[in-house]
Design a protein around this ligand. Structure first.
Ligand code: PEP
Ligand code: MG
Length: 571
């Protein structure tokens, strides 16, 4: 039995065997061969194993996710049997006397680069499909051990060096009971997605991957950040009880689903949810969300081979607005960059991606991408209560430019006779310290602020939110952060605007009393944090929390703030 400590990233307890997710090395070197017939046989065997796998995945996907989602595997099967690909591969083995993997890789790469350079969307998509199929066959030819996370079909806990947001999006909740990674922090996007998928997770363990083997029994305790390898029967029993108690607690919280969020002394605040896809709305409603405080639209741009069209976007935004039935929905425009990549944009690698060409910076330069999104949003605006928010605003000029592009697109639509809502609030994320400090000026021009503490903390403390080595500096309760939050809220109120928070701090039980006291109007968090937050706020008096916050602002360290909050009566 081995205990490993990491960062609690998504609540709940999971107990299941280990599934190591390692991305293998597909490098293929030139290798000459003598026996061409044997090499052809190796190729045929690899093709037939790949065929069996794809048929099984296709059948399972059809059954579990429907015909549409299974189509992708049908196109993979077509490629796998395409003579235009396979005849040149066999010829190459016979005439050049090279290994099957080399012949396949060389031939496939030629097709891939040809497709990638085509104008047609269809052919560019085929390039991505061909890459996947080639990897699948190479896995067999090179004797690699790799299973795509989407293909897991037994109950497991995924263990990986890191998971990208798109790896995480592919995890099937039915089988993936939890995950744990070597790197990452509580606000890395895979952690955020784990919370919306309600998969218990522990990240930033530094070395869990090297400490486990496939099939080891593992406990992932996403409540306190512990991972236990090969626990004794007694420990399994103890954690089974902990898991059941947590599930029981969730049932208790559910009773608060329809209740408004009111403090003990009768002050209402709004509890909204952060979502990444229209599918997440179900979780928002189930958890009694009073709105969507942050729709991270970049997930709509990920996991595909090209930009989503205006129509695809319009349908996604419309769905969310309709499902929320008039409750406010804050949609954030594209925030790509940092740990969220879009390979098809072919952006150069940067030394400091979190400080680089991202979010609104990219949108203001590649305005065609931005305008498409703005049009889709404006067209969807009549289906509900839409608010539009720009991310990573550092200067007033950026806000003005973004807003004027929005107004231009609105004027165009109106002149085309398209209906657009007249009540769209336009706000910004405050996640750059310069913007927090200058909030009084911004408040004169924006309709609202939403404080993005995930980034605001990393920029204020100069501590990468993804880097577990500096996670000790990632301090939401540092009085410096609290002072910035206060500046933003006060500036908003002075101009009659509202101030929300959509960083993870908004759902943090230690931060909530302070934020209530500082006067935050809207708290937006992972849907699963809403009911615990509602239950907590009902026990707090806002006027007492104002006094608490005033004291906290005068303290010197985060630890002192935590001690202060611990001392209050939350019953
Ligand atoms: C934030 O920075 O706090 C935020 C909510 O945005 P993201 O986590 O997507 O960067
Ligand atoms: Mg951010």
């Amino acid at each position: 039995m081995l205990n490993i400590q990491g960062i609690a990233a998504s609540a709940g307890v999971a107990i299941a065997p280990v599934f190591k997710l390692e991305h293998p090395d597909y490098t293929v070197k030139h290798r000459g061969i003598e026996d061409t017939a044997a090499e052809i046989t190796r190729l045929e065997e690899a093709l037939s194993k790949s065929q069996q796998e794809l048929e099984a995945i296709k059948a399972r996907t059809q059954q579990e996710l429907g015909e549409k989602k299974a189509e992708i595997f049908e196109s993979h099967l077509l490629i796998l049997n395409d003579p235009e690909l396979l005849t040149p591969v066999r010829d190459k083995i016979n005439t050049e006397k090279v290994s099957a993997e080399y012949a396949l890789n060389e031939t496939a790469q030629q097709f891939i680069s040809m497709f990638e350079n085509m104008k047609s969307d269809y052919l560019r998509e085929r390039a991505a499909d061909m890459k996947d199929v080639t990897k699948r066959v190479l896995t067999h030819l090179l004797g690699l051990n790799y299973v795509n996370p989407a293909e897991i079909s037994e109950e497991v806990i995924v263990v990986a060096e890191d998971l990208t947001p798109s790896d995480t999006a592919q995890l099937n909740r039915k089988y993936v009971k939890g995950f744990t990674t070597n790197i990452g922090g509580r606000t890395s996007h895979s952690a955020i997605m784990a919370r919306s998928l309600e998969i218990p997770a522990v990240v930033g363990t530094k070395d869990v991957l090297s400490k486990v083997s496939n099939g080891d029994l593992l406990i992932v305790d996403g409540l306190d950040g512990t991972v236990i390898v090969n626990p004794s029967a007694e420990v399994v029993e103890q954690y089974t009880a902990k898991r059941d108690a947590y599930l029981q607690q969730i049932e208790e919280w559910k009773k608060l689903r329809e209740v408004p969020t009111v403090s003990r002394d009768g002050v209402h605040v709004e509890l909204a949810a952060n979502i990444g896809t229209p599918n997440d709305v179900a979780g928002v409603l189930e958890n009694g969300g009073e709105g969507v405080g942050l729709y991270r639209t970049e997930f709509l741009y990920m996991g595909r081979t090209e930009l989503p069209s205006e129509e695809v976007q319009f349908n996604a935004y419309k769905t969310v607005l309709e499902k929320m039935e008039g409750k406010p929905v804050v949609v954030r425009t594209l925030d790509i960059g940092g740990d969220k990549e879009l390979p098809y944009l072919d952006l150069p690698k940067e030394m400091n991606p979190f400080l680089g060409f991202r979010a609104v910076r990219l949108c203001l330069e590649q305005t065609d991408i931005f305008r498409t999104q703005l049009r889709a949003l404006l067209r969807a605006s009549t289906y509900g209560n839409l608010r539009i928010m720009f991310p990573m605003i550092a200067t007033l000029d950026e806000f003005r430019q973004a807003k004027s592009l929005l107004l231009e697109e609105k004027a165009k639509l109106v002149s085309e006779g398209v209906a657009v809502s007249e009540d769209i609030q336009i706000g910004i994320m405050v996640e750059i310290p310069a913007t927090a400090v200058l909030a009084d000026q911004f408040a004169k021009e924006v309709d609202f602020f939403s404080i993005g503490t995930n980034d605001l903390i990393q920029y204020t403390m100069a501590a990468d939110r993804m880097n577990e080595r500096v996670s000790y500096l990632y301090q939401p309760y540092n009085p410096a952060i609290l002072r910035l939050v206060k500046m933003v809220i006060d500036a908003a109120h002075k101009e009659g605007r509202w101030a929300g928070m959509c960083g993870e701090m908004a759902g943090d039980a230690t931060a909530i009393p302070l934020l209530l006291g500082l006067g935050l109007d809207e708290f937006s968090m992972s849907a699963t944090s809403i009911l615990p937050a509602r239950s907590q706020i009902a026990k707090l008096s806002k006027s007492e929390m104002q006094e608490l916050a005033a004291k906290a602002l005068q303290l010197g360290t985060a630890e002192e703030v935590v001690e202060l909050v611990k001392g209050i009566n939350q019953s």
